[in-house]
Ligand binder design. Structure first.
Ligand code: C5P
Length: 232
């Protein structure tokens, strides 16, 4: 049984408000996606790291990927949604990856992923028959917005935060089970939801807030600070 990583990177990153797809924005001197790929490739247990690009991606070849090593392989089979990109990627690697092998699916935009968190996921979720995900307990008080009044958002209810976790990635499941799950429930925003739709209960493995998804322009500055603090 082996471990593989799959990084969907076929999104347009429209919330960034920049022309370049988010995964290629400069971050600490490299394209944003470089950092997550380098971290996954540095995990000894991971055999190969597959990046799923959009079929018409013209950016990848414009950048310098030196330093990533031999483990990273490019697949040009991304789809219209994240779930479609992951599903197509899982189908494309069927020759290399067996049904019982573990696949760690990771968002290209979680640039500050730490090797120690990946190792914890492999150790803890790998000991579970279903698999699991990195996540953090919710720290803020959560409000459910009701109908807007006079164009202003208003609180309809407070959602108790006890027992609530924010899902992160990597999300680690067996190749065969994950592909079956995504084919059964293709409209999901993460892999765990598809597994849950099969009636299974993935493990929650605690990570921390540094593994956030770079989404808005300010996030690039925060990610640079985190990466710089680690290289000191
Ligand atoms: O848009 P969001 O930040 O949720 O995207 C999460 C991840 O899924 C990103 O790495 C993005 O590139 C990827 N994605 C994809 N194919 C899509 C949409 C998003 O691979 N069609």
């Amino acid at each position: 049984m082996s471990y593989f990583a799959l990084v969907p990177a076929a999104g347009s990153g429209s919330r960034m408000g920049r022309g370049l797809p988010k995964q290629y924005l400069p971050l600490a001197g490299r394209p944003l996606i470089f950092h997550a790929l380098a971290t996954l490739a540095a995990v000894a247990a991971i055999e190969k790291v597959f990046v799923v690009l959009a079929p018409d991606d013209a950016e990848w070849q414009r950048h310098d990927w030196s330093g990533l090593g031999e483990k990273v392989a490019v697949l040009r089979c991304g789809g219209d949604t994240r779930a479609a990109s992951v599903t197509q990627g899982l189908r494309a690697v069927m020759g290399d990856v067996a049904a019982e092998d573990w696949v760690l699916v990771h968002d290209a935009a979680r640039a500050c992923l730490a090797v120690a968190h990946v190792e914890a996921l492999i150790r803890e979720a790998g000991a579970d028959p279903v698999g699991g995900i990195l996540a953090v307990p919710v720290a803020d008080t959560l409000k459910q917005a009701g109908e807007a009044v006079d164009g202003m958002n208003r609180i309809a209810a407070t959602v108790p935060r006890e027992g609530l976790w924010q899902a992160q990635t990597p999300q680690m499941f067996r190749h065969g089970m994950l592909l079956d799950a995504l084919e059964f429930a293709p409209v999901v925003t993460d892999e765990a939801s598809a597994i849950e739709a099969l009636g299974l209960k993935p493990r929650l493995v605690p990570a921390d807030a540094t593994n956030f998804k770079v989404t808005y322009p300010l996030d690039l500055h925060l990610a640079e600070l985190i990466l710089a603090s680690r290289s000191q």
